[in-house]
Design a binder for this molecule. Structure first.
Ligand SMILES: [Fe+2]
Ligand SMILES: [Fe+2]
Length: 146
């Protein structure tokens, strides 16, 4: 699969996990279940973003220096999302209204970030498919396996 498509698929998988967290809220899932879904969702997003920061973005910055300011912006988004995920994790034991508010906030931030990231780097990533050495290709695949 082209690298850009792998990125889009990873974002779709993360959106689905967030959706199932939201469904748990609607269905009145046990707090313990919500907590474990929440933790595993947050860990998956963090893994994806750290692997982008440490793998995908450095490869892109080297191959496409003109993208560096965009990559800095995307990295800043990651830190904002990380703060929102921390607030989400802290709210899971609070009242359901607070938790739902944090879920909505994370969903809005992620949607904006995923859309912007796909618009800016998916095509460029796809064009690198088959042109990177094995180590760099593995970095892209690690970031897009969620
Ligand atoms: Fe990202
Ligand atoms: Fe991403």
């Amino acid at each position: 699969m082209a690298f850009g498509n792998q990125l889009v698929q990873a974002h779709i998988a993360l959106r689905e996990r967030l959706e199932s967290l939201r469904d748990g809220l609607v269905d009145g899932a046990e707090v313990a279940d919500l907590r474990s879904h929440c933790l595993s969702f947050c860990a998956a997003v963090q893994r994806h973003h750290v692997a982008e920061d440490d793998g995908v973005f450095p490869v892109l910055a080297r191959e496409h220096p003109e993208l560096r300011s965009v990559l800095d912006e995307l990295g800043r988004d990651h830190r904002i999302v990380s703060d929102a995920l921390r607030a989400l994790g802290e709210s899971v034991d609070a009242d359901p209204v607070a938790f739902r508010r944090e879920v909505d906030s994370v969903a809005a931030l992620l949607e904006t970030h995923f859309t912007y990231e796909e618009r800016k780097i998916a095509d460029v990533l796809s064009a690198l498919t088959g042109r990177l050495d094995a180590a760099d290709a593995a970095l892209i695949t690690r970031a897009t396996t969620v």
